[in-house]
Design a protein around this ligand. Structure first.
Ligand SMILES: Nc1ncnc2c1ncn2[C@@H]1O[C@H](COP(=O)(O)OP(=O)(O)OP(=O)(O)O)[C@@H](O)[C@H]1O
Ligand SMILES: [Mg+2]
Length: 492
């Protein structure tokens, strides 16, 4: 299906989020949508997929002007979108969710739907068991489910907004193969919003670049990362240099801990994080690295062993106690865990900083203004958190962190950030590290792990391998270790 958008405008108060955007996407093509945080990418995708109306402008599908005002209308017209933060109904099973919103006819036949689901899963190599509750699915599996659901509703254009944040490399490969097959074999068009330039290079036939709400460039692929970065930012960015600042002082230690999770158990694991150290945690989703991180912040309790903060044994204490001891935690799911939809920026700052029952709102507001400036957040103290672009939510999350904690434990600290913003966030982290804070972070981004870590712990099915000097590793070796290949490692 060919899509053409002509002169799309969308304003949110003073923000001109889409300013006269026109572009064409031909059937069978995969088009990357690039642009810095807040450029207007999600806004345009939501307009195309019926989640919000444009102020003005036209959408033409196969040359015909089309009008729809809801996601259901867009799907009926052939356009379906995967949201940046996947929304589905957690109480349902995979099968129920698959059938949800579809025309099932007078007699609902679970067997027929189960077979349709299975056929789609087999075609794309998706891992979808019909009886599993949605709540037990990984982000990658939720995404697979949403794709087969949209396809079976007859969608001919698929829009994906940052689909590879939070999914494993393996799931990413499956997703990309499915998208290639849909474009090349089925002639579908695909719009992919992404900050991961290597993904865009691997997948897209062409790219469009937004900046400040305008379309500022288009490029037919192949193109290099360098070319794409300069298209986006008008300049190249220098890669950061690695500096080790390790001290002998222990910030946090896990001593012979056993951590029991839903899928894996880690036994007798010891990790000593020193002050000023940057430790990366690598692994496919669900390999155990998330548990290690959460054990360090008091959210997962070991069944054996001890957790130490400095010299103090804090085993079994609550998350609040850990906070009081100077541990800061940034969760991966922005709106699920870190931030609260419906609250303004000021309310978030007040929640973090006010100890008293009576909030001093004037003080909270001026503190919020200061943080907005310091962290370069695009928003106002009165903005509700969900109106911020994904990248700006991440910046706010960073602004909510205490200034000088003993340890900052972060799940995917640069999830959804453009290259420039990701560098900036790391600069903030490294500045705190220079003041004595230890940094522990988990990331699916191998480049980020290799670039910033002093040491890396790789988890595979609950087994842990330590890379003692991360400056001596590279993404190929790390990729091999993440796949569980611990034996054939290069001798140091
Ligand atoms: N519902 C809304 N209310 C108010 N402002 C909004 C709303 N939705 C988006 N905006 C603003 O519009 C601008 C563009 O946001 P958008 O989410 O489209 O950016 P983006 O390119 O997707 O960024 P990111 O890469 O960070 O996800 C931002 O300044 C954002 O704060
Ligand atoms: Mg966005």
């Amino acid at each position: 299906m060919d899509i053409e958008v002509r002169g799309i405008h969308k304003r949110f108060g003073a923000v001109h989020a889409n300013n006269n955007i026109s572009l064409t996407v031909k059937g069978g093509r995969i088009v990357g949508v690039l642009g810095e945080n807040g450029a207007g990418k999600s806004t345009l995708m939501k307009i195309l997929s019926g989640y919000q109306p444009a102020d003005s402008g036209d959408i033409l599908l196969n040359g015909t002007r089309s009008q729809y005002h809801t996601p259901q209308g867009a799907i009926a017209a052939g356009i379906g979108m995967l949201q940046q933060d996947p929304l589905d109904v957690p109480a349902f099973t995979v099968l129920e969710n698959f059938v949800y919103g579809q025309k099932t006819g007078f007699v609902f036949s679970p067997r027929r739907w189960r077979e349709r689901l299975k056929a789609a899963s087999v075609r794309f190599g998706f891992d979808l068991d019909p009886e599993t509750p949605i709540a037990n699915l990984s982000i990658g599996q939720r995404q697979q489910l949403e794709i087969v659901r949209l396809l079976s509703m007859g969608v001919r254009t698929l829009i994906l907004d940052e689909p590879t944040t939070g999914i494993s490399a393996e799931q990413k490969a499956i997703l990309f193969n499915a998208l290639r097959a849909l474009a090349k074999t089925d002639g579908m068009s695909v719009l992919l919003v992404s900050h991961k330039l290597e993904d865009v290079i691997a997948l897209c036939d062409e790219v469009v670049v937004l900046r400040g709400g305008r379309l500022v460039g288009t490029q037919t692929m192949p193109a290099t990362t360098k070319q794409l970065v300069s298209l986006m930012f008008g300049q190249e960015l220098a890669p950061p240099a690695h500096i080790c600042l390790t001290t002998p002082k222990t910030a946090v230690a896990l001593e012979s801990v056993t951590l029991k999770g839903k899928r894996v158990t880690i036994e007798e694991f010891t990790m000593r994080i020193r002050s000023c150290e940057v430790i990366g945690l690598a692994g496919l989703e669900g390999s155990g690295q998330e548990m290690i991180l959460r054990a360090c912040v008091g959210l997962v309790r070991p069944t054996h062993g001890r957790v130490m903060i400095g010299e103090e044994n804090v085993t079994g204490q609550s998350y609040r106690d850990f906070l009081a001891h100077g541990i800061a935690f940034g969760a991966a799911g922005r709106l699920e865990e870190g931030l609260i939809a419906g609250l303004t920026l000021t309310e978030h700052i007040a929640l973090m900083n006010e100890q008293n029952a009576l909030v001093d709102w004037a003080r909270a507001k001026s503190l919020t203004e200061q943080k907005i400036k310091q962290y370069n957040v695009r928003g106002t103290p009165q903005s509700q958190i969900e109106t911020l672009s994904g990248g700006n939510q991440q910046r706010l999350l960073m602004a909510l962190m205490p200034e000088n904690p003993v340890l900052m434990a972060l799940e995917q600290p640069t999830r959804g950030l453009d290259v420039d913003s990701a560098r900036w966030i790391w600069q903030q982290l490294l500045d705190r590290r220079a003041n004595g804070t230890a940094i522990l972070f988990a990331s699916p981004d191998l480049d980020e792990l290799v670039t910033y870590s002093d040491r890396i712990f790789v988890a595979y099915a609950g087994r842990i391998h330590e890379i003692r000097d991360a400056t001596q590793t590279n993404i190929d070796e790390l990729g091999r270790l993440i796949g569980g290949n611990f034996e054939k490692e290069i001798a140091v």
